[in-house]
Design a protein around this ligand. Structure first.
Ligand SMILES: [Mn+2]
Length: 432
């Protein structure tokens, strides 16, 4: 399945072997951070040195005098910027390639879309990086780190991703178990702080204690130490709670499906490791998430603390602002001032509080209004297109995917923008 891509990976390996140093540029999310860790580990094993720079996007620019630049989780969408780089370039990306790259020197472009795979669900940047690592040497343990990006980007365990998991399982680095796909820690802590799934216990500690008493589970017990029967009782009760709240059904499947255990990693619960790396990225502490992926124990405690603070921050924001959620004709929206985060809030609201309509979160901060919109595949609206058009109408910029999109607009045109988003959504839903 990965054979065509492997041909490109081999070319990348050749280019890597030619130089002693590579400057890796990567995206600041879990997929980008883990992709960089996969490449860096492979380079390190070949006794090559490297430097990693984390970016929000390639439009921030590349400034390096390295002979070899590796772009991870980015590059395919910015042919103009890549064409300006005066170095050998390897792109290891899974975003849809946009336009022609005219490289100044040698270029290798490893992207699943160029090899008959769908990079949205079938192979992440970390998985593509794993493929390159696998032709550089015996690096099959890195399948576990590749899984962090696969989960972080909410991809499916199919096609290329499934092949990576299969290899990790075969070599004993990944174990597929049963249990709840939820973070690790004491039962009370995990349920209170969980965002995926969001269980709505934050700030409702009494309700949580009641819930656990009814289910008959010790709140202080480590959730990974529950026996099979306790686990069954707890998962049934959680599923019931989620269903009562009308969450989007696929969430239940993700939650009680397979659970991945990463045998050799600092954090063995794959969901937890992904969450921790993601939080480090969001908290502008990418290098700490990267260090954990590189198995540097010195950073583990720091990373867990960042994760905890991040979860608390998002949940606090959500709990204090949920009363301000407004209804349009076809959407729901929330306008915030100086909120710490926008995208995670949009995600939770659309998945766990209201999954029947598109949700738009606007955050006015530093004289820019940042917009995050979310929906799910059951809602027949292309949010990427809607945000692109609505942002353009108010002189801003927007776009993205069907179910997750964003925009930046001027703060004084927020109301006009929200109205236009609502109108476009109604038009697509055929009720406008
Ligand atoms: Mn990615």
């Amino acid at each position: 399945m990965l054979d065509i891509l492997r041909v490109e990976a081999l070319k990348a390996a050749e280019l890597i072997k030619e130089s002693d140093f590579a400057h890796i540029y990567t995206h600041y999310d879990a997929d980008g951070i883990s992709a960089a860790a996969v490449i860096a580990s492979a380079l390190h094993r070949l006794e090559k040195s490297f430097q990693v720079t984390f970016l929000k996007g390639l439009n921030e620019g590349v400034e390096s005098d390295a002979e070899l630049i590796i772009l991870a989780d980015m590059g395919s969408g910015y042919p103009d910027i890549v064409s300006q780089i005066d170095a050998n370039v390897i792109i290891i990306d899974h975003h849809f390639p946009a336009g022609r790259i005219e490289p100044k020197r040698k270029l290798v472009h490893v992207n699943p879309h160029l090899a008959g795979l769908d990079g949205t669900f079938e192979l992440s940047a970390s998985g593509t990086a794993y493929l390159v690592a696998s032709v550089l040497g015996e690096n099959s343990d890195l399948a576990a780190i590749a899984l962090v990006g696969i989960l972080g980007d909410k991809q499916k365990i199919v096609a290329g991703n499934a092949e990576i998991v299969r290899q990790g399982v075969e070599k004993g680095y990944i174990e597929i178990g049963r249990g709840l796909n939820i973070c690790s820690g004491s039962v009370r802590d995990v349920l209170r702080l969980s965002i995926e799934p969001f269980l709505d216990f934050y700030g409702k500690e009494d309700e949580l204690d009641d819930f656990l008493k009814k289910v008959g589970i010790d709140a202080e017990k480590d959730i990974d130490e529950l026996n099979e029967e306790e686990l069954m009782r707890l998962s049934n009760a959680i599923v019931l709670r989620l269903l009562k709240r009308g969450v989007y059904e696929d969430i239940i499947e993700d939650f009680i499906g397979e659970k991945f255990i990463l045998k050799n990693e600092l954090i063995t619960n794959a969901v937890m490791l992904t969450d921790v790396v993601n939080a480090c990225g969001r908290a502008s502490a990418c290098s700490i998430g990267f260090a954990v992926c590189m198995k540097d124990e010195n950073y583990l405690e720091k990373a867990i603390n960042i994760w905890r603070e991040f979860q608390e921050g998002v949940l606090h924001e959500l709990v204090t602002r949920r009363g301000d959620i407004k209804e349009g004709d076809c959407i729901r929206y929330l306008i915030m001032d100086n909120a710490a985060t926008t995208a995670p809030i949009a995600s939770i609201v659309s998945r766990y509080l209201f999954s029947d309509r598109p949700f738009v979160a606007v955050n006015v901060k530093n004289s820019v209004a940042k917009v995050s919109a979310r929906s799910n595949p059951k809602i027949p609206v292309d949010l990427g297109e809607v945000l692109r058009k609505a942002a353009m109408k108010v002189g801003g910029r927007g776009g993205g995917h069907r179910v997750a999109a964003g925009a930046n607009i001027s703060p004084d045109r927020v109301e006009e923008f929200v109205k236009e988003v609502d109108r476009l959504c109604c038009a697509e839903l055929g009720s406008g």
